[in-house]
Design a protein around this ligand. Structure first.
Ligand SMILES: C[S@@+](CC[C@H](N)C(=O)[O-])C[C@H]1O[C@@H](n2cnc3c(N)ncnc32)[C@H](O)[C@@H]1O
Length: 221
């Protein structure tokens, strides 16, 4: 829930949309406040809300997340998916892993959310089973590398949600480009072109939060 200028939607639109979302309660709110105070990049609240709608409308129960941070989006998704759900989330940073584990314990989600520690490039190779939804929210420059492994673990008609795909507007226009981000920008443009043109996927790119791509897996890759 970063409140920096996104360069994606007008600020007044973002503020208005965020104002419509019921405030989070309890320990989820504590996590939100912690993220703001400590500059931890958690999902924007309108994207969290979008995930909740997808989960509830599709009866999603098995979720894989790449990029746990403090466990905020994993907890939001577990809450939305409700009883009998399973969220598996991957985090490589030791401190984030510890904070997320602690938060998950406080929320009593120890049997619902499993955190796998390590680099997603390695961890994804060892994951077993199929998921109804995959939330990709880790190193932006590597989405295209994660893609084949994610698709392998996504069931037919499952949803792939990729966050930060418009990266502060830089992906859509060079006018906003920060030179040191050029590699990420080039890779993300390649990723978006890829998922938009794969016959195995149907993709829609949405200008909410920092940009979200929603893809549905139509057939095996
Ligand atoms: C944007 S944050 C995730 C935020 C979280 N999904 C939320 O909204 O609450 C990205 C996280 O991904 C982790 N990360 C980045 N690259 C990774 C990789 N290759 N493997 C595993 N974790 C990674 C970072 O350490 C960071 O904590």
């Amino acid at each position: 829930m970063e409140d920096k200028m996104s360069n994606i939607a007008h600020e007044y639109i973002e503020d208005y949309i965020r104002g419509l979302i019921p405030p989070r309660k309890g320990h989820i709110k504590v996590m939100e406040d912690y993220a703001i105070e400590n500059d931890v990049p958690i999902v924007h609240s309108e994207v969290a809300q979008f995930l909740r709608v997808l989960i509830k409308s599709h009866g999603i129960k098995k979720i894989l997340e790449v990029g746990t941070a403090i466990g905020y989006s994993a907890s939001i998704m577990a809450e939305a998916a409700g009883e009998g759900c399973r969220v598996v989330t991957i985090e490589r940073d030791e401190d984030m892993y510890r904070l997320a584990s602690d938060n998950i314990k406080k929320l009593d989600y120890e049997n619902t959310i499993g955190i796998l520690k390590g680099d997603a490039m390695e961890v994804l190779k060892d994951i077993e089973g199929e998921f109804d939804m995959i939330f990709l929210d880790a190193s932006k420059g590597h989405y295209d590398h994660f893609l084949p492994m994610c698709l392998k673990h996504l069931k037919i008609n499952g949803l792939l949600v990729s966050d930060n795909v418009l990266f502060r507007g830089m992906i859509a226009t060079d006018k906003l480009l920060i030179r040191r981000k050029i590699t990420i920008v080039k890779r993300m443009r390649k990723y978006l072109a890829h998922i938009s043109n794969m016959p195995e996927l149907e993709t829609s790119v949405l200008p909410i939060g920092d940009g979200v791509a929603l893809s549905c897996k139509l057939q095996e890759v």
